[in-house]
Design a protein around this ligand. Structure first.
Ligand SMILES: Nc1nc2c(ncn2[C@@H]2O[C@H](COP(=O)(O)OP(=O)(O)OP(=O)(O)O)[C@@H](O)[C@H]2O)c(=O)[nH]1
Ligand SMILES: [Mg+2]
Length: 620
């Protein structure tokens, strides 16, 4: 991939994960998934992107994280060697991240687009409790008496707490920094070392491959050892295994209750506690290039292995969307079936009889032949009379067929009612159904009926058209084909004449009862012609029935089914976007993972040896 492609891929992945995070945020029970997704998008933007963009490894980043009031800001001061961060008795005091840069030569501040996501860097100094999506960058004072700063290659981040996954603001600010970090200092106080949410957070960071040092605070001096053991067993003992099956090594340090004098002089009176902490950090970050390579490799590995899990939410929701679609389609099938049974099967399309009669009329001779036709018509009078009498006795009056609109409305009602019942029954199981059930309460049914009414008007026009067309077609088949028409007319006439001639010749001299055979014969030929015309009309009627069935599907049922199936896609969630994210995220992760592996393996020069962009000069 070219650098531009890489940037685009990083941007796209971060955006997809960000979209999914917002999607999860809309469902309170998915707050933790949202946090995890934020970590993933921040790893992409803050670690993988800058690395593949040849940003320098230095400075490394240390993030101090933990529950509210655990002592994070106090530990930041111990790392910095002087009181720089605001420690405050009010738990949850620190509300946005602050980066402390070492004194001395200026580092280039990461200049990658998308770095820190939506968090804006503020230039003027603000109190740590400013509750906004911002971060500050401050510079540490030089070490006292020209001493060396052991963390001169590190930026130290003081972070907001991690107490509930639901506090979207805190969690996302914290995740931005945690993702960025090359090393995490996890702070837990003796009273709350085992709190559920910070522990979940710790587990997540270890899973993401972060190097972690644990600092336990505020216990009595004598409890330090037992508490550390207890923590190792109860909290670290349950850490997830790393991909290779190994258990991550996490050192635990104790910072017991410290008097104010020690806390306010971390480099002097507090050195006893500070030095072991610094040592642990330096052991884990021997060189900047190696530490950064580890951060990036682990980030990429985490995304590849956790990628599927990150998408579970999307997959589950898509399955529910599919179930809803399935319910809509089943309802549609029932709707069509009901239309077929209750209307179509009993419908005679009486309009067709007109065309059938015209067909028979067509067989009569025009002009001079009309006279002959009239004579034959008179001859057939007894037959007509008898046929009509028998027909009125035998043929039962048509069963009262319900009107098409009545059947369609009832079928629609049934369809919607069933969907509503299903949504209600499943509302407790998933938000897709809950949303639909709520939709029905707020007029989804009425909207569906309105849409149906609109479609119905177009359908009505089309159906009349179609019927006339089919009838006309049947008549046209003869009218537009004079040769066949004349052949039939002449054929019918010739048969009649032959019948009359035959009777006269065969019975010559005919008596009156022989003459009775003449009307009988011409009636028989006419009856045959009528049967043929009736057959043609029946065939056309069957065609119309089929056409009508497909018209109901294409003009009414299908558009409504599509509209209904797409309902959950409005109002903030998107079926298509979910599908797109599900497909694209694993692909992009895979591509970036390969890139990272190739770079780290040295096939492409490592970030440290690449030309560095012009340094920016952050000031305290
Ligand atoms: N007595 C005593 N107080 C401590 C110790 N460590 C921290 N504190 C106090 O505990 C309170 C909280 O400490 P912070 O360092 O502000 O904790 P934090 O984790 O940054 O808290 P938030 O930013 O509010 O989440 C402050 O009043 C500190 O002075 C300690 O070892 N002994
Ligand atoms: Mg704090």
């Amino acid at each position: 991939m070219q650098p531009l492609d890489t940037r685009a891929a990083v941007g796209e992945l971060a955006q997809d994960l960000g979209w999914l995070e917002n999607y999860c945020r809309q469902q309170p029970e998915l707050a933790m998934n949202a946090g995890t997704l934020r970590l993933a998008s921040a790893l992409t933007r803050n670690v993988i992107g800058p690395f593949l963009d040849d940003q320098p490894a230095m400075p490394l980043h240390i993030a101090v994280v933990g529950g509210a009031g655990a002592g994070k800001s106090t530990i930041v001061n111990f790392l910095a060697g002087s009181v720089v961060a605001e420690a405050n008795p009010q738990a949850g005091y620190t509300r946005h991240p602050t980066a402390y840069l070492p004194a001395g030569p200026t580092f280039p501040w990461p200049s990658y687009i998308g770095f820190m996501g939506p968090l804006n860097r503020i230039s003027e100094e603000k109190p740590a409790d400013l509750d906004q999506d911002v971060y500050q960058v401050k510079r540490l004072p030089p070490p006292a008496a020209g001493g060396l700063d052991p963390l001169s290659e590190f930026v130290i981040w003081d972070c907001p707490d991690m107490t509930t996954w639901a506090s979207a603001g805190y969690v996302s600010r914290l995740m931005e920094v945690a993702a960025l970090a090359d090393l995490i200092v996890y702070v837990a106080s003796d009273e709350r070392y085992n709190d559920a949410v910070p522990t979940q957070f710790l587990h997540l960071l270890v899973k993401a491959g972060k190097a972690v040092v644990v600092v336990l605070t505020k216990m009595r001096e004598g409890d330090a050892g037992p508490l550390a053991d207890h923590f190792r067993r109860e909290v670290l003992g349950r850490l997830p295994k790393l991909p290779g099956g190994t258990t991550p090594a996490v050192p635990v340090l104790a910072f017991p209750q410290l008097p104010q004098t020690v806390r306010s002089d971390p480099a002097g009176a507090g050195a006893k506690y500070r030095v072991p902490l610094l040592n642990q950090i330096l052991v884990q970050c021997e060189t900047a290039v190696a530490a950064r390579a580890r951060t990036v490799t682990n980030a990429a590995r985490y995304l590849s292995t956790a990628g599927e899990g990150l998408l579970d939410v999307a997959r589950r929701d898509l399955a529910e969307f599919d179930a809803w679609k399935g319910a809509v389609i089943a309802g549609e099938a029932e709707f069509k079936d009901r239309y077929r049974r209750e209307f179509l099967s009993g419908e005679q399309f009486r309009r067709f009889d007109r065309y059938r009669e015209r067909l028979i009329d067509l067989l009569e001779l025009p002009g001079a032949g009309r006279m002959l036709g009239n004579v034959l018509w008179v001859l057939r009078t007894p037959y007509r009379w008898t046929r009509n009498t028998i027909a009125s006795m035998v043929v039962r009056p048509d069963m009262l067929n319900l009107s098409e609109q009545t059947v369609l409305s009832a079928a629609l009602m049934g369809w919607l009612d069933k969907l509503q019942a299903e949504a209600l029954a499943r509302a407790g199981s998933h938000m897709v159904w809950k949303g639909i059930a709520q939709g029905f309460e707020t007029g989804l049914g009425t909207q569906a009926r309105d849409k149906f009414q609109q479609d119905y008007r177009t359908f009505e026009l089309k159906e009349t058209d179609e019927l006339e067309h089919a009838g006309q077609q049947m008549v046209d088949a003869l009218e537009k084909n004079p040769a066949v028409l004349y052949a039939l007319r002449v054929g019918k006439l010739a048969t009649d004449v032959m019948v009359v001639g035959g009777v006269l010749i065969l019975t010559w001299v005919p008596s009156w009862y022989h003459l009775l055979l003449i009307p009988l014969g011409v009636s028989a030929t006419h009856q045959t012609a009528e049967l043929v015309a009736r057959g043609a009309a029946e065939a056309a009627r069957a065609r119309v029935r089929n056409q009508r069935e497909s018209l109901v599907a294409s003009a009414l049922a299908d558009p409504l089914a599509e509209w209904l199936a797409g309902r959950p896609a409005t109002g903030g969630t998107s079926f298509e976007r979910l599908q797109q994210v599900l497909k694209r995220v694993p692909e992009t992760i895979h591509r970036l993972d390969e890139q990272v592996a190739a770079r780290v393996a040295g096939s492409i020069p490592l970030a440290a040896s690449a030309p560095t962009p012009p340094p920016e000069h952050p000031t305290a």
